[in-house]
Design a protein around this ligand. Structure first.
Ligand code: C2E
Ligand code: CA
Ligand code: CA
Length: 491
């Protein structure tokens, strides 16, 4: 029976007994309704009255369920696997624990844990977690330790001796066999605003945990500990700003298109320019692509930048046309997610029609890494661009793992050899560039070498038979006006 039904039934029974002045007990005790009230019947009537009152109070304040809930929570204060505190405990006690204290939070992460479980079994994985909890408890004695999610631990205290994390990392690494169990930690300081109330203190703690998680160094880096400092805070602020204002940035033209010349190696003349985006923000100033491209790629809204970039070229073309001039061809970057999130072909065609652009002057750049997954869809996309009349260029050739496969499966017009080969301009790199250029020639594909910074590199490329060169030797990416002044031509 539910609480809802129990309450009216018990209440009505008690009311009946009281209202009939304990008639029912009298009848029950003496066998007659009209018999005299006895002390026992009065006592029973009195107990009924008290029961009713208590029941009303309990139901009104939900005392039964509150007690049950508290018991439940108490039973779950500790994580049953490792013995440290649970998240439930932290959330219930956070306001009290944090009141008036200036605390730091650490957040731990272990890489390849899933693989470890698969290879050594669940029990072995559990043991690793227990060992980690024990080591953390021993290394940070007065710290509130919480297990968070599957494999993470959170610690809360005034401060931590970061060197102790290295010891734990070394110990955990010694457990790994094929799969590297790498242990990393992020640390963040919780802002100490004494004015904030309990609810906000809990929210602030959760934000601090998030920041600590964000400060965990990437697994490929060698440091064990990352601190959420001013620099990370600023990067985070810019990241959120970019996500919040991308539409405004395109509408208000905070996003600019810069052009970087690509030179025809044999003639030394401009072949085309790569159109690269820059974000000139009213609040944060000049932002290079690394501040906004990866954020928007992750958020799958990078198409807004890519289309705006092409549209800016359309506007520049219009401007020049008005002056009776023609513009250079461009290559423009599209991201893999553009193909998944929008009908990128129609969107590009729309801009081409709006600004009367010449398709043969538009080269679509797709990075090699974008071709690794979903290759059928990518092959179709490359073919579709060709059908529509655009050249398709492969960007960053040699930076991925499947460059030769990519050459086999896709029909590119041009490949851009990644600048890593020139950054390490030794004999081996030169041999690789030479072979790639020869192979491309055999396949009827032209080559661009990116990142050309010195005359020696340029001379080598000329000798090798590479078709085009792009790099700081000629120019960094610059606004349209500067392209013409740099090339010695009047606009
Ligand atoms: P990317 O497509 O490989 O562009 C070439 C990058 O190399 C540019 O960086 C350019 O400034 C830089 N670079 C050119 N020559 C040299 C050189 O000689 N030495 C060195 N060290 N660097 C050189 P930028 O403009 O910062 O762009 C970085 C990346 O951001 C681009 O790499 C591209 O992947 C992405 N990106 C830029 N604009 C857009 C865009 O509109 N859409 C998309 N999807 N990605 C973009
Ligand atoms: Ca590119
Ligand atoms: Ca590139």
């Amino acid at each position: 029976m539910t609480n809802d039904l129990r309450f009216p039934i018990v209440a009505w029974m008690c009311i009946y007994l009281i209202v009939t002045m304990a008639k029912f007990p009298r009848m029950f005790l003496n066998g007659a309704i009209d018999s005299e009230a006895t002390p026992i019947s009065l006592a029973l009537g009195f107990i009924a009255l008290v029961t009713l009152l208590m029941y009303t109070v309990f139901m009104k304040f939900n005392i039964f369920s509150i007690t049950r809930y508290e018991n439940y929570l108490r039973g779950h204060d500790n994580d049953s696997l490792t013995g440290v505190k649970s998240l439930a405990y932290l959330l219930t006690n956070a306001p009290g624990l944090l009141k008036g204290r200036k605390v730091k939070v650490f957040y731990t992460s272990i890489s390849n844990f899933h693989d470890y479980n698969l290879i050594h079994g669940y029990q072995a994985g559990t043991k690793i977690l227990q060992e980690t909890a024990d080591m953390l408890t021993a290394a940070f004695p007065n710290t509130l330790l919480i297990r968070y999610g599957g494999t993470h631990f959170i610690g809360i205290n005034q401060d931590f001796d970061a060197r102790r994390f290295d010891m734990i990392a070394r110990k955990l690494a010694s457990f790994s066999t094929g799969e590297a169990l790498s242990f990393k930690v992020g640390i963040a300081q919780m802002p100490s605003k004494s004015s904030i109330d309990d609810a906000h203190r809990t929210t602030e703690l959760l934000n601090t945990i998030d920041r600590a998680a964000g400060a965990v160094p990437p697994f490929k880096k060698k440091e064990t500990v990352g601190i959420y400092d001013g620099e990370l805070a600023k990067a985070e602020e810019v990241r959120v700003h970019v996500l919040n204002t991308i539409d405004e940035a395109t509408k208000a033209d905070w996003l600019k298109t810069y052009y970087q010349p690509v030179i025809d190696i044999q003639s030394g003349k401009l072949h085309e320019c790569e159109a690269l985006s820059r974000w000139i923000d009213p609040q944060y100033g000049f932002l290079t692509p690394d501040k906004f491209i990866p954020v928007l790629e992750e958020n799958r809204t990078i198409y807004k930048v890519d289309l705006h970039n092409l549209e800016r070229y359309g506007k520049d073309t219009q401007e020049l046309r008005k002056k009776g001039k023609d513009i250079f061809p461009i290559s423009f970057n599209i991201s893999r997610t553009d193909l998944e999130t929008i009908d990128v072909f129609s969107a590009i065609e729309q801009i081409v029609n709006d600004y009367q652009l010449d398709r043969s002057k538009l080269h679509v750049e797709i990075t090699e890494s974008a071709l690794n997954d979903n290759s059928d869809a990518m092959i179709r996309a490359v073919n579709k661009f060709h059908e529509l009349g655009y050249e398709v260029w492969m960007d960053d050739f040699g930076s991925g793992y499947s460059s030769l496969n990519v050459l086999k499966d896709y029909h590119f017009d041009v490949i851009k050899i990644d600048m890593i080969f020139l950054r390490n301009f030794d004999e081996r790199s030169q041999e690789i560039i030479k072979s790639v250029c020869e192979m491309a020639k055999g396949l009827g594909i032209q080559t661009v070498c990116e990142g050309v910074e010195t005359q020696a590199e340029f001379d080598f490329l000329k000798e090798t038979g590479c078709d085009y060169a792009q790099g700081f030797l000629f120019s960094p990416p610059i606004p349209l006006k500067e392209v013409y002044s740099k090339l010695g031509q009047r606009m």
